[in-house]
Design a protein around this ligand. Sequence first.
Ligand code: NI
Length: 217
Amino acid sequence: MTQEDILTAIRDHVRNHLEGEGSGHDWWHIVRVRNTAVHLGKLEGADLLTVELTALLHDIADWKFHDGDETIGPKVAREIMEKHGVEATVVDHVCTIIANMSYHSTLEGKVVESIEGKVVQDADRLDAIGAIGIARTFAYGGHKGHPLHNPDLKPRKEMRKEDYLNEKNTTINHFYEKLLLLKDKMNTQAAKDVAQQRHAYMQEYLEQFYAEWNGER
Ligand code: NI
């Protein structure tokens, strides 16, 4: 199998697996993260096989949907890569990145060390902000049964992992607790530039949202 055959087989596998996923971690999220990560990876001179495999497999078994079992993601990713004959050093590297790159891992102080990890983490974070980030946030809130907004429920200032897991919240609060913080968490300069522009768009969106909420516009 050539590298391209392996990637094609793993793309098909992930696509079948995520078909019908309705919470915002669907196949098209994977496609967007893959495209952005490969773009950033080229700019940064990263190993593009590692970048693409990590992007394809980073949400394969999202811990939020497996009763909080955080080891399941790297485990499933490893099985898929080994089944398709990916080289052992690459498998290990991809699994290390997946174990450390998620938002809840970073709340625990974990960091991604390699440039391959940094560009995939940037791509995943970029997909959480801007116009698509707004759409995904409301889709996820709907999935969880959260209200759009409740002026009586204030956003939490300090987010600990326990708070993040405690799901009682509104979708608008999620902007303050996560989305608006992401622009300062980008690793690469190219991602920082894109994040700045998507951040401004979200701020504008919130202004309009409140104006409409208050019957002012
Ligand atoms: Ni993701």
